[in-house]
Design a protein around this ligand. Structure first.
Ligand code: SF4
Length: 335
């Protein structure tokens, strides 16, 4: 069978899959729509729960790809699947013996939750914006000031009936805790509040970091959802919430409101499903063959998955799926 494997997406799962496939004797080709490999991790500064710089994960992968001489097509946007691969925008077909879809997820568009004022009020940000500010080395209010009070709001675009997203994005509680700690380190006198529905700390070291956030960094965790935000005359943000543990309404003014945005299924999933005979799950992510022995298989001959295209996952899980899918594809190709 053709040893060429078409990998759609050059994020961490796609890069890891390509490296593992190359080791097994396949000839992977990575199709990446952006101009550089790395996916969303390119915009991330440090990783939870260890505060490891994102570059320490990305660079070895990129260097490995270059060293192994793996073919990479950047600026290659895949429109749909073909019989044995993918069709790029412009019509070019890239084909091989198998296809691995590693096209990842989309970040929830916070503007949809109009009540929080993202894109309207100057000092409402998302976790993606904050990570960009960390990368740029400049965190400040929109007016250029030092924030004295910062609120984080969990579950924006996840676990929310109103936006049709019932799923938990899994990694955003720990992202909110990590960023709250980083803010506190940057602005030791700032008061920081995290508003949550539940705190979900599923991974190793996550619960411990959550405890440190409270005990060492004095970060306040308030159980309750912010119902609305409005801008004050001096450009700050007034928020209204209910503290559901004490059953009291709460109003406060903050210098920055950070919306902890969740993951949603990728916008190309429907096109992939339509052209490849695949299934998009109710939550918008691709449906794997099953959640156990077939979680990197699509159920269609020659089409496989790795990473967050099938569900929210952290970086470690996505990397592991890159290795797992390579084993499955190698066995399919008889390598
Ligand atoms: S991980 Fe936390 S913030 Fe993210 S959707 Fe789940 S409960 Fe909400």
């Amino acid at each position: 069978m053709d040893k060429r494997v078409v990998i759609i997406g050059g994020g961490v799962a796609g890069m890891q899959a390509a490296l593992a496939l190359k080791e097994r004797g396949a000839e992977p080709v990575i199709l990446e729509k952006e101009e550089r490999l790395g996916g969303k991790l390119r915009d991330w500064h440090r990783l939870f729960p260890t505060f490891t710089p994102a570059a320490e994960v990305l660079e070895p992968l990129r260097e490995g790809i270059a060293r192994a001489g793996i073919e990479v097509r950047t600026g290659a946007e895949v429109e749909c699947l073909s019989e044995g691969g993918a069709v790029l925008r412009g019509g070019e077909c890239i084909e091989g013996g198998a296809t691995v879809i590693c096209s990842g997820f989309d970040v929830f568009d916070a503007r949809i939750k109009e009540e929080y004022g993202y894109g309207i009020y100057d000092n409402v940000f998302t976790t993606v914006d904050v990570e960009r500010m960390f990368n740029e080395g400049r965190v400040a209010t929109a007016q250029g000031g030092v924030p004295q009070r910062i609120a984080f709001l969990h579950c924006v675009g996840s676990r929310d009936e109103k936006v049709g997203a019932h799923h938990c994005s899994k990694v955003c509680c720990i992202t909110g805790v990590k960023q709250a700690i980083e803010m506190k380190e940057m602005f030791p006198s700032a008061e920081i509040y995290n508003f949550y529905m539940d705190i979900r700390m599923f991974g190793p070291g996550y619960e411990e970091l959550y405890r440190r956030a409270q005990l060492e960094y004095n970060i306040n965790f308030v159980r309750g959802r912010i119902s609305e935000a409005s801008q004050t005359i001096d450009g700050r943000v007034q928020i209204k919430a209910e503290d559901t543990l004490v059953g009291r309404p709460l109003k406060m003014t903050v210098d920055m409101l950070v919306l902890i945005v969740g993951m949603k299924g990728g916008s190309r999933n429907v096109a992939f499903a339509g052209s490849g005979g695949l299934t998009v799950a109710d939550n918008g992510f691709m449906q794997p063959q099953d959640s156990f022995l077939g979680n990197v298989s699509s159920g269609r001959k020659g089409i496989f998955y790795a990473g967050t295209v099938t569900a929210p996952k952290n970086i470690g899980e996505s990397l592991n799926e890159g290795v797992a899918v390579a084993a499955r594809v190698a066995s399919y190709l008889g390598l």
